[in-house]
Design a protein. Structure first.
Length: 475
């Protein structure tokens, strides 16, 4: 029989478990969505489970999402939750290695660097990279791993846009290996355990130093040679940003912020685009619909993609949005509780030192909020009016994405509140440009008619064996 352990005083109910310390890690890890839904039926929206000795207080429903996303700084800390995973990868002095007020300033810098003007410049770059990459798919028809392809394409396009041509030109050789080694240290195990002596962590640490120097050298070289015409975010941070104190960013801080941006965007955007193509392969009639939309808006399938035309491709937009509803890459939003927190409207208290988490995928995939919630239906967003939605005051409207900034929205793939994603406009520009370029040349089908299951063992929810069969449209 599973162990029944009493919750602490006023703590939400505790899920029984078999093995001390390990707690519910195995059942949760195999299928988290099922685990959270089943326990929700049993205990309601608030319950605690044990994960490798940690007390994970789970808050579900729209109110649960809001409680975590809008938790006060004095109650709950993101840096305490994410530090062990991120600081060795991103580096010192940025993101979760600094006080939250400094992170807020750093996020404002990046947001300003992702200006509409820069996003405009990125679209032709992404289109060109995508065409070049897909020119390798030169058979009439073949089977490919769509997740692997998207991971390669996302790092190529992100490095070109965010870091500039120097980094992109090294992507095919030295930089790819450094990135690979650094990425090997961005694993769930590093969230759970501080600095384990694993070979992958040693490679991670070496790669971090190499990457930092690589970026710092580029900034120095640009200064020495007077190169200032760049649209990349690294250049923007190096020349245009000052803290409120009047201090400029050091080269090391710029390098570390850029590493953080690359890592934050890589798995999120590559899994999202892979799932989007898998859903299209499941619904192949959508390929013609996407091409029709492009012909209507752009006049032809040869017209260059631009910021303004891309904005009008609403079916493309809705495919990304629906993919993010069903397969948000980040499942768990976690904070460490630094002061006892009362759950509003209940008698529950979340004790200091526990972790509090919400799982927005549960509301996003719930029939309570969406008809046939598990079905991929991009048309459900057809009449969605961005203008009528509640927004964060400081959320810049780029016209891309930005479902709703309210933390009570059932769909929150980019989070909400002070830790909300600032990469969303870039992610939409990147994924939509890849999608629009791809459908001009290819149709997809699922390989062996099999829609992949979710792999929950990785940092982001990835598709297992994501094989697709492409066929060239012109054949
Ligand atoms: C934060 C999702 C792409 C940079 C977040 C959060 C989510 C998220 C859910 C909130 C985390 C939390 O509250 O704990 C996504 C998804 C993406 C994406 C689904 C793509 C489909 C990007 C890109 C960048 C980026 C491309 C950078 C260019 C950040 C940053 C934060 C963040 C800096 C803030 C972290 C904080 O304040 O604690 N993202 N992201 N993201 N994301 Fe993204």
């Amino acid at each position: 029989k599973a162990m029944y352990v009493s919750p602490r005083q006023n703590e939400p109910p505790l899920v029984p478990y078999w093995i001390p310390f390990i707690g519910s890690a195995i059942t949760m890890g195999i299928d988290p969505i099922k685990f959270y839904r089943d326990r929700q039926k049993e205990y309601g929206n608030y319950y605690t489970y044990i994960l490798f000795g940690r007390r994970m207080v789970t808050c579900l429903g729209a109110e649960g999402n809001n409680l975590v996303f809008n938790a006060k700084l004095a109650d709950a800390s993101a840096e305490e939750a994410y530090r062990s995973l991120t600081v060795p990868v991103f580096g010192k002095g940025v993101v979760y290695d600094v006080h939250n007020s400094v992170l807020m300033e750093q996020k404002k810098f990046v947001k300003a660097g992702l200006s509409v003007e820069n996003l405009r410049a990125y679209i032709p770059m992404i289109e060109m990279e995508t065409k070049n990459y897909l020119s390798r798919w030169n058979k009439k028809s073949d089977v490919q791993d769509i997740h692997k392809a998207m991971a390669e394409l996302i790092i190529l396009t992100a490095s070109r846009c965010l870091l500039g041509e120097e980094v992109r030109s090294k992507m095919d050789e030295s930089f790819a290996q450094i990135f690979h080694d650094l990425d090997g240290g961005f694993k769930p195990i590093n969230f759970l355990f501080d600095d384990l002596p694993l070979p992958s962590n040693r490679l991670r640490d070496k790669a971090h130093v190499k990457m930092r120097h690589f970026f710092i050298d580029i900034m120095k070289h640009r200064r020495d040679t007077g190169k200032v015409d760049s649209t990349d975010v690294m250049q923007y941070l190096a020349t245009n940003c000052q803290y409120k104190s009047g201090r400029s960013l050091t080269d090391m801080e710029v390098a570390h912020i850029m590493i953080a941006m690359l890592m934050a965007g890589q798995h999120t955007s590559s899994t999202t685009s892979a799932w989007a193509f898998l859903y299209l392969a499941l619904n192949p009639e959508l390929f013609d619909k996407l091409r029709q939309e492009q012909i209507e808006i752009l006049g032809s399938l040869d017209a260059p993609l631009t910021y303004d035309s891309l904005k009008q491709l609403t079916l493309h937009d809705n495919i990304v949005r629906e993919t993010l509803r069903l397969r948000p890459p980040i499942l768990h939003i976690i904070r460490k509780v630094v002061r006892d927190m009362t759950i509003p409207g209940t008698t529950y208290v979340i004790p200091k030192d526990a972790y509090v988490q919400c799982i927005p995928a549960i509301t996003a995939r719930s029939d309570e909020f969406f008809e046939n919630a598990e079905e991929f239906n991009p048309y459900r967003w057809k009449d969605y009016d961005l203008q009528n939605k509640e927004r964060d005051d400081d959320l810049v409207d780029y016209g891309f994405g930005a479902l709703s900034a309210s933390a009570r929205s059932p769909v929150l793939p980019f989070g909400a509140g002070r830790h909300r994603c600032i990469g969303e406009p870039f992610a939409y520009v990147q994924i939509k440009t890849i999608l629009a370029t791809f459908v001009r040349t290819f149709n997809l089908e699922l390989h062996n008619n099999k829609f992949p299951e979710c792999d929950f063992t990785t940092m982001m929810v990835q598709p297992k064996q994501p094989m697709v069969k492409y066929t060239r449209v012109d054949c």
